[in-house]
Design a protein around this ligand. Structure first.
Ligand SMILES: [Zn+2]
Ligand SMILES: [Zn+2]
Length: 269
């Protein structure tokens, strides 16, 4: 059974990732305006009304912005944990289905999602591990200060990993942010730096890991070439799949689980 992973865009201005099997379509996060969400789905050739579920990782607006409105407009089930729902004022049952950490969400026979709690300041954030009907897995991991043992266990064996590479430590240090914010970003509850992401990936390399997408790059404290070169330096010859970068722009490519060639999306807008 197939599973297609498409980033509709990623960064502090908004995040959303489409997971699609033949019969099921789920969005991990819905952090753009409703108009942008619909535009970006259209660019990916997806009718918004065909979205079955929206899973929100945590309450920060770059992940949650239009989620509740989109779920009503598209009649898609909305999922989050209780803390996220409370912080956003969403009504459990009538507006959102709440889940616990590590509670598997059976969206359909072809797609289930496992929310894995990760450390992120002032938020109960989760990484999402998606399994298709054959039990093959893909991961979407953003907004965490470090990888926990539990997360590493669930990432092991995934055939696709989308993971944040938020900042270059040198750029963060020399950059314009106030000291307090710099410390917060680089703390256990902040974001992953390029070297941290590279270290995590080195541990996870295995022959069936076919595609990696680096996402949630800071526009001020990072650059695609810095993130890419740091990761390539670490994983080097041991990885022969595809390494791509998702930016804040619209959808650029899709990955099919188990394949190392991305499919490019030719946007007209
Ligand atoms: Zn974020
Ligand atoms: Zn966040």
């Amino acid at each position: 059974m197939g599973l297609e992973i498409t980033h509709l865009g990623s960064g502090s201005g908004g995040n959303s990732t489409l997971l699609a099997t033949e019969t099921t379509k789920v969005l991990v996060d819905c952090g753009f305006s409703l108009r942008q969400m619909e535009l970006r789905l259209a660019l990916s050739g997806v009718d918004p009304q065909s979205i079955d579920a929206i899973v929100v990782s945590h309450h920060h607006s770059d992940h949650s912005k239009s989620a509740v409105r989109a779920s009503k407009r598209w009649q898609a089930d909305l999922y989050s944990n209780l803390e996220t729902a409370m912080r956003l004022g969403w009504q459990p049952i009538s507006e959102v289905r709440t889940f616990e950490g590590l509670q598997r969400l059976e969206i359909s026979d072809e797609l289930s999602l496992l929310p894995v709690p990760v450390p992120h300041e002032d938020a109960e954030n989760v990484a999402i591990i998606a399994s298709n009907g054959d039990g093959r897995r893909a991961a979407v991991v953003t907004d965490l200060g470090e990888a926990t043992v539990e997360l590493m266990r669930h990432l092991a064996g995934c055939e696709h990993i989308s993971i944040e590479a938020n900042y270059d430590p040198g750029r963060l240090l020399a950059g314009p942010y106030p000291e307090r914010l710099k410390r917060r970003i680089s703390s256990r509850g902040g974001h992953l730096s390029n070297p941290q992401t590279a270290e995590i990936l080195v541990e996870l390399l295995h022959p069936d890991l076919k595609s990696i997408v680096l996402c949630h790059l800071s526009e001020k404290n990072n650059a695609p070439h810095l993130a890419e070169s740091e990761v390539l330096l670490q994983i080097g010859d041991r990885f022969n799949g595809d390494l791509s970068i998702s930016t804040q722009k619209g959808p650029e490519f899709s990955h099919h689980l188990g394949q190392s060639e991305p499919e490019w999306i030719s946007s007209v807008v």
